[in-house]
Ligand binder design. Sequence first.
Ligand code: PMP
Length: 359
Amino acid sequence: DTPPDTPVTVPLRAAVAALPAYVPGARPSGRAYKLSSNENPYPPLPSVLAAIQTAAAEVNRYPDMYATELVETIAGYVGVGADQVVVGNGSVAVLQHVLEAVVEPGDEVVFPWRSFEAYPIITAVAGGTAVTVPVTSAGRLDLPAMAAAVTERTRAVLVCTPNNPTGPVVHADELETFLATVRRDVLVVVDEAYLEFVRDPASPDGLDVLRRHPNVVVLRTLSKAYGLAGLRVGYALAAPRLAAGIRATSTPFGVNHLAQRAGIAALQPPALAEMIEHVEAIVAERTRVADTLREQGWDVPETHANFVWLGLGERTAELAAQAAAAGVLVRPFPGDGMRVSIGEVAANDAFLALAAGWR
Ligand code: PMP
């Protein structure tokens, strides 16, 4: 046996050794409300559970490597060719494969900050150099500043709309101006993880954008609106040649059998109708939570996702700890702000009571 004090002499890649940790939302212990990971508070739909149960009896076999039926189901649902769809183990994995497909060592990847905390990690893992552009004081993406940050070394730009964790969407005209400005050989990822919660008519239709700009990749997920966070199903929509590149960098058998069958079930018309009802209820709760916070005197950015953002600055860590002690788990970004998912009514009420006390 190797003695425990033998030094490890295998070097990690410099970029890997320097990676920031991805801090996930706290796991609830006991009876806590979990508003830390933008999850769907509704339990899985009965038809989805039934599909998972059937699939469970088949897990001695490998899944369909290319998830053909799931890909075809998504293609039909979205209205693109199956050669334009790539699925993966959550959209975070799909995004990693997107960057691995196009980023050469040292290429620049431009993204807003603060935004989805996986962006800097995935960029570094893919060998890229992160170039961050601050969001505005209203939590909006500054697309003109992002366009100005593009250099001849830029290979990709990540556009998160709605932006996690602040909430606003980009507008179709802003995105159009941006796409007209950036070189055609720069890949623009439009991350629409929260698409189904968007109620702003000025928000772009990613698919329409993709049709007119072949350098765009649209990223979507079944984790949020469709309630499959625990199974990990995300997808990219892209021009066939880019889609083939993303498929080539993808982990073999990256979407497991239960996830494939559940994903297919979630996209059938009766399940979709239930999904839409749940999303409507979450959007109504979002309006109630945001309005109540504003009545309490908080400055809440406009949100089109299933969360709200409180820019608490230096108070963030302390107040998040208070919330956890009171049984409400939120997502603190220490020194900056707190993201609070929209959950079940009782969870939202518990959070609103805490927020009132903090004023
Ligand atoms: N994009 C954004 C903007 C997100 O907020 C998230 C989840 N937090 C993801 C992508 C990844 O979601 P998943 O891997 O579950 O599909």
